[in-house]
Design a protein around this ligand. Sequence first.
Ligand code: PMT
Length: 403
Amino acid sequence: MLEGKRILLGVTGGIAAYKSVEIVSRLRKKGAEVYVVMTKSATEFVTPITFRSISANPVYTSMFDEPKTWNIEHISLAEQVDVALVAPATANILAKMATGIADDFLSTVLLAVKSPIFVAPAMNDAMYHHPATQKNLGTLQERDIRFIGPTKGFQACGTEGDGRMSEPLDIVEELENYFTQHKTREMSGKKVLVTAGGTREPLDPVRYIGNFSSGKMGYAIAQAFAEVGAQVTLVSAPSEIAVPSGVEVVQISTAEEMYSEVLQRFPEQDIVVKAAAVADYRPVVRETQKMKKSGQRLQLELVPNPDILTTLGQKKQHQFIVGFAAETQNPLDNGLEKMKRKNSDMLVVNDVTLPGAGFGTDTNIVSFLFANGSRRDLPKMSKLEIARQLVKEIANLRSKTKE
Ligand code: PMT
């Protein structure tokens, strides 16, 4: 359940900080990506380099010792994680969280996190039972902050009582339980149709007009929806990529075939994502025999294909529609114009001229454009990670519109 999950781990200044190293190690062994943020006091107990080595990611310790990009970084870190966990969570960080104080990197990032936040309190028994701490815990509980522990037992100060941090094994298990429940909740029962790959427009039995789409982006989106329990249909142009498990695939070749398969299934879908690179034109004539070489110039007459996304935008009722835009200039302006013209609820724009973006690559660089005019720029990341971010955005948007 933790495979590919992005977890922000806040480590605060308590003796249990050494146990957080084991938390990172266990999470990583289960395939999670861990981003550690340490308070200044935490660095007195364990060095950042320990966490950097074990997490294989940079460790954030201060608002001011990172390059100038920190301001964007702390927000983008907050936006990209699937959950945040504070372990150990001292009485101090719990008080800051309860009152909204943001005076260091961790407390600031926690204010910006939209995903669920877990805390594993760790403190002396008397501090734990102090009315101020109890009041803060109550406030956080009301705000849906999830508690793991604390447990009862021997404490570093030599006393016995409540306030011991839960064991790393139990903490990791709680996160796994969360993702298990979440998987069945988030998109279960939802029908999602994804298109992928590049259509082929035949000239004759051996030649076609095509494009460089490999299908990687669309297949990753199908996988990401399947991971959160959706019933996914992938309408795919020819591709070498393995079909993700649990995904139903419908193979097509031309834009017209894609049009008819998508339109036929559209009424029962909840979400449609059009990642395919669909040919805008097809040859007027499809020769039945292989065209002979004449040695002369050849002129081909092309006729426009139906625009599938535009048709969906015109016909949509309850469906949430996401378009893509492959751009080579002014990506944001062109993407915005496409989203409006095609009546999509959201659009993913990629500048396919950038290295590591667009056709055939394992990574992509995209911006999410939203119907309300806002946008989110993502750094270069794997197509699967972008797909998971997209699923998260769609889930958020849909839950907001239902509220
Ligand atoms: O497959 P990969 O190698 O991983 O590459 C990924 C990708 C570059 C193909 C992908 O990220 C991407 O940008 N897909 C959209 C490509 C495209 O056709 O863009 P467009 O700007 O031409 O079309 C805009 C939108 O209209 C797209 O959602 C497209 O699916 C849709 N469209 C276009 C033409 C048409 N006749 N019907 C359509 O539905």
